[in-house]
Design a protein around this ligand. Structure first.
Ligand SMILES: NC(=O)c1ccc[n+]([C@@H]2O[C@H](COP(=O)([O-])OP(=O)(O)OC[C@H]3O[C@@H](n4cnc5c(N)ncnc54)[C@H](O)[C@@H]3O)[C@@H](O)[C@H]2O)c1
Ligand SMILES: C[N+](C)(C)CC=O
Length: 489
């Protein structure tokens, strides 16, 4: 496998220390690549390159149409290399190749979307209250951006940051998750091929507490955009205060999915499963909290359980595999502990709750799809993000109760409502405190609509035109056409 290294100031380089890290296939624990393990010194070099590239003004003053062309070229190269990228993503994360192909289509779509938005904001004239003056509002790049991504959707989450940052004329340093850097490395090769100028986009590999911490606290970084867990998000927020960096946080979720009795039953069952078990539940917006109307609760749970028992776990490269492994031994242990806690708290284990016995799955980090019933909102398993294939089911009797349960969380990333009564659906979503709410849908996202969380699910928005706003500062320019002395002093 030809995997290059870190990309700093237009050069492919190893780590300053010479250290490396093995990248593991979570299906069988085989080493699939060895990459440099950068540290603070590598991060500092990349920040210096991005700072110099931004301060030269060349990229930010490149016509937006031209920047848009380069971003579109990246989309085209991702489409050209889609199969290679999808297979690399599946090797690295364990997700099925079919899911990874879908991710690659989404990723190319994100670059395309921002290539089209690059030259669409020419500023705005304000109706100035001052006679003989012109007031205009323009948006300018923020500057040097630190970008930190997680392991669950490595390249997708990277694309949400890279595409708008480049389109708006920023320079950047990206740090992918240390356990899933492979597709991000490959896309930096494609960005070089597409003509992104030297120093504009830099890639540093390595751990969060070294490279990530440097990006968050270095005063030459103007903006930090982070996707990951809430605990890390809080540390980054604190570190970013050193120079009052602009901050974008895309954190976790514990997402409610409300099922009313009048919903189309089979569709709601099917989509409740899709909403959680894609990528073995390792999705920030997974609908892990099912909130089901009492009158259909038992029938609904039975249908879920029957379907779950037939899931085919396996190698993401096998065509009949529906669910792959978890990302790592450490993460598997976290999910196991979480399930033990659910049992101790008094929830009823309806299905799953252990590792599979299939001998062919013993080298991978597999966990059976798991459903807990008799859950209440005071339980940790209902409140905490397990980030695995685990659903909790709560019951409700009234619409008000359903909404109250849905909102009973520190998180506010996403939620869903299933019903055939559209007025009831609109009443519910108006009260649900989440950045995305789906009606008769779950877990769908696309580049045209903003993504982000209420409450402790984050700060700011990615995607949509809001994704452009994150990477720009707003400047008001007031021009007095007839300056005169005031004679106050
Ligand atoms: N809201 C969203 O859109 C979204 C999308 C994907 C994942 N997530 C969340 O991500 C989490 C799973 O990802 P994870 O386990 O990789 O998260 P994580 O917080 O452990 O790590 C995310 C990234 O932060 C880095 N990091 C760790 N410590 C750091 C520090 N002190 N300073 C700076 N960077 C540091 C890691 O190296 C990694 O690159 C889940 O909570 C999930 O909900 C959210
Ligand atoms: C934002 N999303 C849904 C693509 C991935 C969350 O983990």
């Amino acid at each position: 496998m030809s995997i290059k290294q870190q990309y700093i100031d237009g050069k492919w380089v190893g780590a300053n220390s010479g250290n490396t890290r093995d990248i593991i296939n979570p299906f069988n624990q085989e080493v699939i690549a060895t990459v440099p393990e950068g540290d603070q010194t590598d991060a500092k070099a990349a920040i210096a390159a991005a700072r110099a590239a931004f301060d030269s003004g060349e990229w930010s003053s490149t016509p937006a149409t031209e920047r848009g062309h380069i971003v579109r070229k990246i989309a085209e190269l991702i489409e050209r290399d889609k199969e290679e990228l999808a297979r690399l993503e599946s090797l690295d994360t364990g997700k099925t190749v079919e899911e990874s192909r879908g991710d690659m289509d989404d990723i190319a779509g994100v670059f395309r979307h921002y290539s089209e938005l690059a030259d669409k904001d020419g500023g705005e004239l304000i109706d100035s209250p001052v006679p003989n003056s012109i007031s205009k509002v323009v948006r300018e790049p923020v500057g040097v951006c630190g970008q930190i991504t997680p392991w669950n959707y490595p390249l997708l989450q990277a694309s949400w940051k890279l595409a708008p940052a480049l389109a708006t004329g920023n320079t950047l340093i990206m740090k992918p998750s240390e356990i899933t850097p492979l597709t991000t490395i490959k896309v930096f090769e494609l960005m070089e091929e597409a003509g992104v100028p030297v120093g504009v986009a830099n890639l540093v590999l390595g751990a969060g507490h070294t490279v990530g911490a440097e990006l968050s606290s270095n005063i030459d970084v103007d903006l930090i955009s982070f996707t990951g867990g809430i605990v890390t998000g809080k540390k980054i927020m604190q570190a970013a205060s050193v120079n009052v960096k602009k901050l974008a946080l895309e954190l976790g979720g514990k997402n409610p999915n409300i099922i009313f009795a009048d919903a189309d039953f089979e569709t709601a069952v099917d989509q409740a499963l899709n909403g959680v078990f894609f990528h073995a539940g390792q999705i920030c917006s997974a609908g892990t909290r099912l909130i089901v109307e009492e009158s259909i609760h038992d029938k609904f749970v039975n249908s879920l359980v029957e379907r779950v028992k037939k899931f085919k776990l396996g190698n993401g490269f096998d065509e009949d595999t529906q669910m792959g492994p978890l990302i790592s031994a450490e993460h598997l242990a976290k999910v196991e502990k979480y399930v033990e806690m659910g049992i101790e708290e008094g929830a009823t284990l309806a299905v799953g709750g252990s590792r599979p016995e299939d001998p062919e799955l013993q080298n991978g980090f597999f966990y059976l799809p798991t459903i807990f019933t008799d859950c209440t909102t005071d339980m940790n398993i209902v409140q905490d993000e397990a980030f695995g294939p685990v659903i909790t089911v709560e019951k409700f009797r009234t619409e008000e109760e359903a909404v109250k349960l849905a909102n009973d969380s520190i998180y506010g990333l996403a939620g869903g409502v299933w019903t055939s009564d559209i007025v009831k659906a609109e009443r519910c979503v108006a009260k649900m405190r989440m950045g995305t709410v789906w009606i008769n849908e779950f877990n769908l996202y696309f580049p045209h609509a903003p993504w982000g969380g209420f409450k402790q699910s984050g700060i700011g928005r990615e995607l949509g035109k809001q994704g452009i706003e994150e990477y720009t500062e707003t400047k008001h320019i007031m021009h007095n056409l007839k300056p005169e002395p005031i004679n106050w002093f």
